[in-house]
Design a protein around this ligand. Structure first.
Ligand SMILES: O=P(O)(O)OC[C@H]1O[C@H](OP(=O)(O)OP(=O)(O)O)[C@H](O)[C@@H]1O
Ligand SMILES: NC(=O)CC[C@H](N)C(=O)O
Ligand SMILES: [Mg+2]
Length: 488
C-alpha cells in the first residue's frame, strides 16, 4: 500500500515532498523516491530504505524544481530490489516520471502489448513501470502536449489498465498529472494553498500529508477522474473513465491509513472507533456475563477500536504491550521469517497487567496470524488466567489483488478454517471477529458517506472481475515460498 504525493509550488518542492513522505511512511517502508521537474531537466533519486535513509543533503540539493512527485513503497509486484523503487522514468515522449499506489491485474497481457504493439521496453517486473509505459505510449499518440491531450491519453490508459491504481506523474513541459482508478479502490486526495500570490496544489494518498504541508483539503479525486496542474498553478480536471461503482478499499480503514487522515469523506479515526463500538456490542450480545478484567490493544493500529470496546463493556483499558518504536510495521515486511522475528522484537508485555487476569486482546485484523499467535503466548507467559482475542475486522480469507500483498489464500490463517479451528491455532481461549456488515457500517458512518466497498479479502468478491488462472499465477510469483526461493 504505497504512499504517493505530488506538489506544484511557487518554489522548489523537494523538501516538502520529503516531509510529506515521512507522514506517508507507514504505507511503505521498503523503498522511497522523489522526482522533480525543472525546465528541461527531470531529476530522480530513489533507493531501498526509509525516507530518512534514502535521502541525504547532497541528493536533496540536486532535486530542483517547482513540480515534483514522491513515493514510498510496499511491493505488491516484482521484487523488493532498488531497481523497482519508484518513481519510474521514461525519456519519451517529453520525459515522464510516475509513481503508483495499487496493483494492476492484467500486467502480463499489458507487458506483451507494450512490447509488441507499442514497441517499448519494460526493464523490471514492476506493474508500475508497465503502467508508465502505457501512459507514455498513449501520450505519444496525441498531437499536442496540453491538459486536453493528456486527458485523452489517460482515457486510453483506463481502456487498457485493470486493477487498483492511484497515480501521480510529472511530464516535462506540462506539469503535474494525477489520476485514480475507475472504482476509486485506491485513495487520492487534492489540496490547495496560496504561496507568493499563486495557487499551489498537492495530491496525496492521505490527507495527513496535506495537513503537514499546510494545504487545505479540497476534496478526494473522483474515481476515474484525472487532474493536470501546470507549473503556474492552473488546475484542470476531467472524468476520463466511464463511471463505475465507487468501491474504496475497506482495508485502508482497518489497517493501512493513519487515523488522522480523512479518506473519501470518512475520518479513519472515527471509523476505527465505530468498529470498536460494534465489536463491543457483539461481545455483549454473545457473552452478557463475560468475565473480562481488562481490554488490552495490540499496538499500534488497534488502539482506537480497543478503547471503544472497553467503553462499551465497561471494563478497564490498559496498555499491556510496549511497542519498540524502532521496529517497523510487521505486516508490510516482505518475508514471513522477518515478520515472525519482528513481532517479538517489537512488542514486550508489562507482566503486572496480565498476572491472574482475564484479558481481552484486541487487534485491528488477523491476517497470517503471525502477530496474534505470538501475542497470545506472551500474554500467557506474563501470567494471564485466560486470553481472549478480538479482531476489529472479519476473518481475512481471500487474496487481495489491488495493492495489498496478500497473494496466496493458503497463507491466510482463516482461509478454509472455521473460527474454532483458527482459535485453536492461535491458542486463545475465545476468538471473536467483527461481522462484515458491521465493519462496512462502521466505515460508512451515520452519514453513509460510502455505499459500497472493495471488501474482497473478506468476501472474495472482486469488483474488476478476475481472469481464470490469475490467482494461481500470483501465488507462484508472490507467495512467501516463491519470495524465499527468489532471494536464495
Ligand atoms: O495476522 P498478521 O499477519 O500478523 O497481520 C495483522 C497484524 O499486522 C498489523 O500490525 P503491524 O505490526 O504491521 O502494524 P501496527 O503497528 O500499525 O499495528 C496489524 O495491525 C495486525 O496487528
Ligand atoms: N503497494 C503498492 O501500492 C505497490 C505499487 C506497485 N504495485 C509496486 O509493487 O511497486
Ligand atoms: Mg498491528
Amino acid at each position: 500500500m504505497c504512499g504517493i504525493l505530488g506538489i506544484v509550488g511557487h518554489n522548489d518542492v523537494a523538501a516538502q515532498l520529503y516531509d510529506g513522505l515521512t507522514v506517508l511512511q507507514h504505507r511503505g517502508e521498503d523503498a522511497a523516491g522523489i522526482a522533480t521537474a525543472n525546465g528541461s531537466k527531470l531529476r530522480v533519486h530513489k533507493g531501498n530504505g526509509l525516507v530518512s535513509e534514502v535521502f541525504d543533503a547532497k541528493a536533496m540539493a540536486l532535486l530542483e524544481g517547482r513540480v515534483g512527485i514522491g513515493h514510498c513503497r510496499y511491493p505488491t509486484a516484482g521484487s523488493e530490489g532498488s531497481d523497482e523503487a519508484q518513481p519510474f522514468y521514461v525519456n519519451s515522449p517529453f520525459g515522464i516520471a510516475l509513481a503508483h499506489n495499487g496493483n494492476l491485474i492484467n500486467t502480463d497481457a499489458l507487458r506483451r502489448e507494450v512490447f509488441e504493439q507499442d514497441r517499448r521496453n519494460v526493464n523490471t517486473e514492476s506493474d508500475s513501470e508497465v503502467l508508465l509505459n502505457v501512459f507514455a505510449h498513449e501520450l505519444d499518440t496525441q498531437k499536442a502536449l496540453n491538459p486536453e491531450a493528456t486527458f485523452r491519453a489517460i482515457e486510453g490508459v483506463h481502456k487498457r489498465c485493470v486493477g487498483g491504481f492511484a497515480v501521480v506523474a510529472t511530464v516535462l513541459g506540462l506539469g503535474l498529472v494525477a489520476f485514480r482508478d475507475p472504482n476509486g479502490i485506491r485513495p487520492l486526495v487534492l489540496g490547495k494553498r496560496q504561496g507568493n500570490g499563486q495557487d499551489e496544489y498537492a495530491v496525496a494518498s492521505e490527507s495527513v500529508a496535506l495537513d503537514l504541508l499546510g494545504f487545505e483539503r479540497l476534496r478526494d479525486v473522483r474515481p476515474g477522474e484525472a487532474i493536470v496542474i501546470t507549473p503556474r498553478g492552473e488546475l484542470f480536471t476531467r472524468q476520463c473513465a466511464e463511471p463505475r461503482m465507487h468501491t474504496p478499499c475497506i482495508f485502508e480503514y482497518v489497517y493501512f491509513a493513519r487515523p488522522d487522515s480523512m479518506m473519501d469523506e470518512v475520518s479513519v479515526h472515527k471509523a476505527r472507533m465505530r468498529m470498536g463500538q460494534k465489536l463491543g456490542e457483539k461481545i455483549l450480545r454473545l457473552r452478557p456475563d463475560h468475565d473480562i478484567d481488562t481490554v488490552i490493544p495490540i499496538p499500534d493500529t488497534s488502539r482506537d477500536a480497543a478503547l471503544e470496546i472497553s467503553n462499551v463493556l465497561g471494563v478497564k483499558y490498559r496498555e499491556g504491550f510496549i511497542k519498540n518504536r524502532y521496529v517497523g510495521r510487521t505486516f508490510i515486511m516482505p518475508g514471513q521469517g522477518e515478520r515472525a522475528k519482528s513481532v517479538r522484537r517489537k512488542l514486550n508485555p508489562i507482566p503486572l497487567e496480565f498476572r491472574n487476569r482475564v484479558v481481552l486482546l484486541v487487534d485491528d485484523s488477523i491476517v497470517r496470524g503471525t502477530t496474534s499467535k505470538q501475542i497470545v503466548q506472551m500474554a500467557r507467559d506474563a501470567g494471564a488466567r485466560k486470553v481472549y482475542l478480538a479482531s476489529a475486522a472479519p476473518p481475512v480469507r481471500y487474496p487481495n489483488v489491488y495493492g495489498i500483498d496478500m497473494p496466496s489464500a493458503e497463507e491466510l490463517v482463516a482461509h478454509d478454517r472455521t473460527d474454532d479451528e483458527v482459535q485453536k491455532l492461535l491458542g486463545c481461549d475465545w476468538l471473536i471477529y467483527q461481522d462484515l456488515s458491521d465493519l462496512e457500517e462502521a466505515v460508512s458512518g451515520p452519514k453513509h458517506n460510502i455505499e459500497y466497498f472493495d471488501s474482497s479479502c473478506f468476501n472474495g468478491e472482486y469488483v474488476t472481475g478476475i481472469e481464470p488462472g490469475y490467482f494461481e499465477r500470483i501465488k507462484q510469483l508472490r507467495s512467501d515460498e516463491a519470495k524465499k526461493t527468489r532471494r536464495a
